[in-house]
Structure formats: structure tokens, C-alpha cells
Design a protein around this ligand. Sequence first.
Ligand SMILES: [Zn+2]
Length: 407
Amino acid sequence: MRFSSLGVLALALAASSAVAQTTPASTPAAQDAANQDPAAVHERILTLDTHLDSPANLDRPGWAMTDRHDVHDDTTQVDLPRMIEGGLDGGFWVIYTGQGPSDATGYARALAHALKRLHQIHDFVAATPESFSLATTAADAARIAASGKRVVYVSMENGYPLGTDLANLEAFYQLGLRMAGPVHNGTNQLADSTNGDPVHGGLSDLGKAWVKEANRLGIIIDASHASDTSFDQMLALSKAPIILSHSGPKALHDHPRNLDDDRLKALAAKGGVIQINSLFLSPNLPRPGVDALRPRMAEIDTLPPAERAALMKEWAKANLAEPGSASDFDRYMAAVFHCIDLLGVDHVGIGADWDGGGGVAGLTQITDIPKITQALLARGLTPAEVEKVWSGNVLRVMVEVEKVAGR
Ligand SMILES: [Zn+2]
């Protein structure tokens, strides 16, 4: 009853905003100009980023998703007030687990960590039902955004916590998981990594079974961090299109985390999408000031709150003063444009690795993202095409994944 009346309200809100958008301006030309205004377009379209590492910030003492923070004060890049300010409707919120030893203890610890992170995601959504809503189908995103809430899809970066029992993947699916990547830095039980020894020659047998299971359940397969051979095998084995939730084109910078143009064309030919990362778009720079602070940062949790905040601010300042590379906003857009020119507008999206090391000069936190919409429009994309980049393409993949799963 309560849900259906909320649904009616959402429909009423959607209808009233549709009326507002189509109210004729004084002349067709004026209406056209209003429809193309970058700020208005950004506000109107559905915007999703496919790799939000922000749930990890919930480990910070006193840090809440509903408070306004700033990258200059504490290095964080996403929270509710900044999402509202930057016009981000939501995205895929990541359960990230660092790679550890492939043994029973390692798997048990990793599973405990992943379940904790999943719980933290459910918890901030449950604590603020007026602001966030869990999304589990492609259709959910537009409905949730129309009701004025932020969209929370759950994704998993690194399948290490699944151990050797794929029943765990189904358990995570039941708890909302809708996108997953098999591997992170370091080859694991499922797949060879871009940053690890090629132990399996791509996917392990368990990794191949993982692909089938993701298809069966209806989980989007995310090949970011997987080695080129692992990528090729996932693309060949998957019955549904796959995604790169935060990767870049090798054409801009020859780095293992980026993909060559032939692989990107193969991804697109099977209906997939590359969501452009802000990392690895130019060579790494030395960071002596940042490195000098690392020993003190390792102890930060032992400090009293005031000293902790002061050190965090010093750390944030050092990180912004010495970025990891010379990449800037124009470099980020060059990666987006390269992929659009190569693959067409249906196969490119946004996954900047916020709160996971992402961000470049001029694109330092989520409040900066209206610039992306502005740059896409300036490049000549229509508002409808801009919306494909911001959400339509990943949701199209999700619909295909749902169909393959028989839903
Ligand atoms: Zn990553």
C-alpha cells in the first residue's frame, strides 16, 4: 500500500517534470537553446557512474554519507550533498576487497570483509530512505531518480571473497549484487589480473564457471582489472554483453589497465560498454611529499579526532599538490572522445574511479561532473546521446543481462 502510493507519487513527479520540460518556449529557437543548455541538460538526464568506491569511506570514524565533505579536507570525493550539487543520480557502489592469500583463512577473511562492506551499503541506504534507494533492475534507476532519490546498485570488485564456492555469488546476488569483476590487483582463484602473474592463461576453470553463473543469475560481468586474455575469454564465454566499469584506451597511454582499440571494438561488437576511468591516462609522476607522509598516515587511526583531522587535511593537500599523473580534465575527455570516435556513442560511459584513486586536475570530486556533460554537448552530442553516455548504455547492457538470465 505504502509502496504503491509512493509509486503514484513518483509517476506524478515524473509527469509534472515532463510537462515542465515540454512547455513551449516563446519561439522554437529559444526552446531549442533551453533544451541544449548544459546545466539544464545535466539536471534533466539520468546520470550514473559505474564505479563508486565511496563505501570504503564508511570505515572512517564519524564519516557519514549524508554529511558534506570536501576532497581538499579529507580526500573523499562523493557523498549525498556533493551528489546533489554535482547532479549525480547514483551508480554502482563497490564492495572492494584487496587480494590476499588463496587459502581457507584468506577466503574467510575476505568474505567477512565483503559482507561487512555490503552491510554498510545496505545500512546507509536504510538509514536515509528519503535520499537513497537500492536498485536491482535496469528499470529501477529512472523510477528512483524520478522520485528524487539517489540510485544504489551494488557491484563487487574482486571475486576473491567468493573463495572456491560459487554458491556465494548467488548469496550476494540475493542481497542485491548486480555487477561483478572476477579479479583486482593480483591473480586470484578466478582469473589472471592486469597486475599479476598469468597463472591460468586467462580464466581458471572456476573463473569460467563464474562467468556462466553470473549469466545465469543476471549479474553484469565487469572485466576491469582482468588481464587481456581473461578479458578475451570473458567476452567469448559470456552470453550477455560485458562491461569495463572503469578502464581506459591504450591508445592514449600504454598501461596494462587500458585496452587496445581491437579489444574495445570486440567489446562493442558484442554490445558491451567501456566506462572511462580517470586513472592511467598518462605516465605516473613521482610524489615525494605524499610518500613522506605515508608512515604517519599508517598510524592515523591511533590519533585523537582533532589530530586525525589535521593530518587528513595535510594528506589531502599533499595529494592535490602532487597528483599521480599530469592528466587533467581535457585528458579525461580525450579518452572519452577517443572511445566515442572509435566505437560510437552507444558503447562509452563514465566510471571515473571516485574514491578509488580517481580524479584529475579539474575533475577532483563529484561536484565537477557537470563539466563532462558540457564537454560532450560542446563536442556535438545531442542531449539524448549525452544521456546514453551517462546511463543509457550501461542500462542497455543490464537489460540484456536480465534477458539472458531469463527475467
Ligand atoms: Zn579498480
